[in-house]
Design a protein around this ligand. Structure first.
Ligand SMILES: CC(C)(COP(=O)(O)OP(=O)(O)OC[C@H]1O[C@@H](n2cnc3c(N)ncnc32)[C@H](O)[C@@H]1OP(=O)(O)O)[C@@H](O)C(=O)NCCC(=O)NCCS
Length: 180
């Protein structure tokens, strides 16, 4: 068939930004549900919790012809106590993993935007399988822990590698692999 000659389409530009639009929030929730409820089966139904009431959600949006098209990645950040921030619910659409360093780009905006808001300590409970990814992005392991009955590491970002970035609502565009 003639279509057999066509490769699947992948965006090559991504906008990494705070959620500011309803469609971004809706797609962000659908992505989290697909990853944390269906793929990983950590939660049944949906994965929303009390942190969503105070967290700042961040998305990676695939752009087509320079225009925002579809949410393909997400993470959220919140301040637990003065200076102490957490990141959680990091997820990239299965088709977009290891494509455009989207996980790294989301972590970059998460930590840099918290840094711009006075963060002195940025922490995350990282699934054990992702420890290497975070270590490569200048995070150190503090402790081995269990979360939802699964092995995790408590990890902390080295803020020296994440200079303050105050324009999270505007965000940044990435077209290639990112080094934090
Ligand atoms: C973890 C996750 C967000 C990573 O997203 P991603 O967009 O594939 O990550 P990136 O492409 O930015 O990865 C950056 C680098 O780390 C590598 N990497 C990605 N996942 C890795 C892992 N689990 N362990 C080691 N290295 C990893 C990539 O190959 C890439 O390396 P390179 O630049 O040398 O090629 C994605 O795999 C995902 O959504 N997983 C399911 C949900 C999940 O586990 N969430 C995290 C909870 S802590």
């Amino acid at each position: 068939m003639w279509t057999a000659n066509f490769k699947p389409f992948f965006a090559n530009a991504y906008l990494i930004k705070f959620v500011t639009e309803d469609w971004e929030r809706k797609q962000m929730r659908a992505l989290r549900q697909a990853v944390f409820c269906e793929e990983q089966a950590i939660f049944a139904g949906d994965d929303l919790d009390h942190i969503d009431n105070i967290a700042t959600p961040i998305v990676a949006i695939a752009c087509v012809a320079g225009l925002p098209d579809r949410v393909v990645g997400t993470v959220r950040i919140h301040q637990e106590q003065p200076g102490v921030w957490w990141g959680s619910r990091l997820a990239v659409d299965q088709d977009y993993r290891k494509q455009g360093s989207l996980g790294a780009a989301l972590i970059k905006l998460a930590v840099s935007s918290a840094h711009a808001q006075g963060c002195t300590r940025f922490l995350a409970q990282v699934q054990s399988r992702n420890q290497l990814l975070f270590r490569r992005l200048h995070w150190k392991t503090l402790q081995e822990i269990a979360v939802h009955g699964r092995p995790h590491y408590l990890m902390q970002a080295d803020l020296a590698w994440y200079p303050p970035y105050a324009d999270g609502a505007i965000g940044f565009v990435t077209t290639s692999r990112i080094a934090a």
